[in-house]
Design a protein around this ligand. Structure first.
Ligand code: PHB
Length: 361
């Protein structure tokens, strides 16, 4: 930190060649409002993101890298021409309002269902371990099925899907990409030993469990400068039936392995999305990583300011507050009252609960 004054949420920050005007980041938020068929970004999505362009950075909702990567109805993709054209409308509108926007690259793996996949395929994962819980399908909730363990020789094909998607994100006009290695989706299924029992070079040791993430990162770096790439992890989030026998060691290792590359940031879902605050020492994870740290999960303004003042984080991403407050940055600046998010309209539906939350006058 080159400045002598203590930074706060409103202090610009410069990962690489980008200057974020503030440290209030819009977290990636699944809203299931892409146009069907085709999972294509559409007009109401343009309005929604443009309304939130004053965020220091917008991280777009999780977006499947390929038809095989999907796990929910009406989530957008970044693999077809139509999807790229849809995203171009969004990035253009955000840029016109002075905003910055990254795309989150997503492959759901076992958190999917044959009903959602091409040719009713069986979902894939690190190992054939069925998660507890139910998939969201077009016909309502259905129990997860046992996934098929990816064969070693299939893995380069998965990496190639990320390579292609990263290049398409550039065509779509994004300022960067975030690799989704959190919350129990495919890359996380490899990282944590509750879902990875492989005995090839992608399982067992921490080096092996991190291999797929690092191969995906290398493929993404073929089309993006490192400073335009972030990675998201969720060390102790039990969401999607995830578990690791030693999350502190696992994610200290992962954070260290992501260092030395000049990445834009490490985005960390702290604690547990289901249970709240966790028990890990996130400062260790932060210290293992040599770039900026972005904290997430349940922060409000006061907690975020305290975390930045204590040098526990560099930036904070906000989810639900951004759903309900398109002008969250201005409201935080003024200490203005916040709109209340309506969970009934989080996932799917129309413009209600999506683009009708009011800004301040
Ligand atoms: C969700 O659809 O609930 C969801 C998607 C991506 C995440 C977390 C939750 O990373």
């Amino acid at each position: 930190m080159s400045t002598t004054t203590t930074p706060d949420l409103f202090t610009p920050i410069t990962p690489g060649d980008l200057t974020l005007p503030n440290r209030i980041v819009m977290a990636p938020l699944t809203r299931n409002r892409a146009a069907m068929p085709g999972n294509v970004p559409q007009a109401m999505n343009v309005t929604y993101y443009a309304q939130r362009a004053s965020a220091g950075l917008i991280i777009a909702e999780a977006t499947q890298v390929s038809p095989e990567g999907i796990g929910y109805p009406a989530t957008p993709g970044i693999h077809s021409d139509e999807q790229v054209r849809g995203w171009q409308q969004i990035t253009g509108a955000v840029h016109a309002k002075g905003g910055l926007m990254f795309l989150q690259l997503w492959y759901c793996g076992r958190i999917s269902h044959p009903d959602l996949l091409p040719d009713q395929q069986q979902p894939v994962s690190a190992s054939a371990i069925k998660p507890a819980g139910e998939a969201v399908t077009f016909e309502g909730m259905k129990p997860y099925v046992e996934p098929r363990a990816l064969r070693t020789e299939e893995i380069p094909g998965v990496v190639a899907q990320y390579r292609h998607a990263a290049a398409r994100a550039k065509e779509a006009g994004f300022d960067g990409v975030e690799i989704h290695a959190a919350n129990g989706y495919l890359l996380d299924q490899f990282l944590r030993d509750g879902s990875n029992r492989r005995d090839d070079e992608y399982g067992g040791s921490l080096e092996n469990r991190s291999r797929l993430l690092l191969e995906v990162l290398a493929a993404v770096l073929e089309s993006w400068p490192a400073a335009r790439v972030g990675v998201r992890i969720s060390p102790e989030n039990s969401f999607n039936d995830m578990h690791d026998s030693d999350p502190q060691a696992t994610f200290n290792y992962v954070a260290n392995a992501l260092s030395g590359k000049g990445l834009g940031y490490l985005h960390v879902v702290e604690g547990d999305m289901m249970k709240g605050e966790g028990v890990l020492d996130y400062r260790q994870i932060r210290e293992q990583f040599d770039g900026y740290y972005m904290a997430n999960n349940g922060y409000d303004k006061a907690r975020a300011q305290a975390a930045i003042a204590a040098n526990a984080t560099d930036m904070v991403s906000f989810g639900k507050p951004f759903i309900a407050n398109p002008d969250l940055v201005e409201r935080y600046r003024q200490d203005a009252p916040l709109n209340t998010p309506d969970p009934e309209t989080f996932y799917g539906g129309d413009e209600k609960g999506y683009i009708d939350y009011p800004a301040l006058d």
